[in-house]
Ligand binder design. Structure first.
Ligand code: NAD
Length: 270
């Protein structure tokens, strides 16, 4: 499908995992993709190559894929990221706030710098990017699309990951707020909330068959998700097929949010 022909998209944290799969999917749908990365240029180069491969297979006019380095938590970096993208393309149509990190610790032992960093990347970063995108959309007129990547922990508590859960709940609320604030200007804002997806953020359980089986055992569909299954939902939400959807969170989680404990009756007498 080529539902995003000629659209310009910026994906934060786009060099690995869900971001990488999304870059490749969007290139496949005909979009020009700016892949933001923070630390590893090597990972970013691999993603760029994969996206360009997809794009050169399907596009005659060449590929518009590009890399753009920067820390989304840093206001100066975010302004530069947008300036670089707009210098290259002149316009942006879609922003995907995908960059995210987590920090694990019992809350009573959580260091404030760990808490602050998670909030800075996951929530402040998304805000800074959304603000730049909205400014651009309003300047040029004609609307735009902002998509956020939260997590099932947008609503489900996550003990020992308090800053992560708080940041994702905040991001869900940020998305709904922006959706309402700018619906009249043609700006749609939606959120994808993944369950357990096989990406580098989950390397710890992915590398351990016993832990992976434990994870799968909690998922009604019996398996972790694949990054491309999240990318597919971003592509739908970015496209005109979702033209009348704004302010929503779509959970893509193999049924994790269905309260698996209720699979068999236990709370009522039979
Ligand atoms: P990942 O670790 O591969 O991706 C996170 C990306 O964010 C990396 O490329 C990383 O370099 C980038 N990043 C980190 N700090 C950054 C910064 N300051 N500026 C710019 N980029 C930065 O893991 P992933 O699973 O692909 O995660 C992508 C998003 O999906 C995250 O927001 C994560 O919270 C969310 N998510 C993942 C899962 C899962 O199970 N994998 C579940 C729910 C939500």
């Amino acid at each position: 499908m080529r539902r995003l022909e000629g659209k310009n998209v910026l994906i934060t944290g786009g060099s690995t995992g869900i971001g990488r799969a999304t870059a490749i999917r969007f290139a496949n749908e005909g979009a020009n993709v700016a892949i933001n990365y923070h630390a590893s240029e090597t990972e970013a180069e691999i993603t760029l190559e994969e996206a360009q491969k997809t794009c050169s297979l399907i596009r005659e006019k060449g590929c518009g894929e590009m890399l753009v380095q920067g820390d989304v938590a840093n206001e100066g970096d975010v302004k530069r990221i947008f300036a670089e993208v707009l210098k290259a393309w002149g316009r942006l149509d879609i922003l995907i706030n995908n960059a995210g990190i987590q920090a694990a610790s019992p809350t009573h032992e959580m260091a404030m710098d760990a808490y602050d960093r998670v909030l800075a990347v996951n929530l402040r970063g998304a805000f800074l990017c959304a603000r730049e995108a909205v400014r651009h959309f309003l300047d040029r007129g004609g609307g735009g699309v902002i998509l956020n990547n939260t997590s099932i922990h947008e609503t489900i508590p996550k003990p020992q990951y308090a800053p992560y859960a708080a940041s994702k709940a905040g991001l869900g609320s940020l998305g709904r707020t922006l959706a309402l604030e700018y619906a009249g200007q043609g700006i749609r804002v939606n959120t994808v909330a993944p369950g357990a997806i096989a990406t580098p953020i989950n390397q710890e359980w992915m590398d351990d068959p016993e832990k992976e089986a434990l994870v799968a055992g909690h998922i009604p569909m019996g398996r972790p998700g694949e990054p491309k299954e999240i990318a597919a939902v971003f592509a739908f939400l970015a496209s005109d097929e979702a033209a009348y959807i704004t302010g929503q969170t779509i959970y893509v989680d193999g049924g994790l949010t269905l309260y698996a404990d209720f699979r068999t009756p236990w709370s009522s007498g039979s």
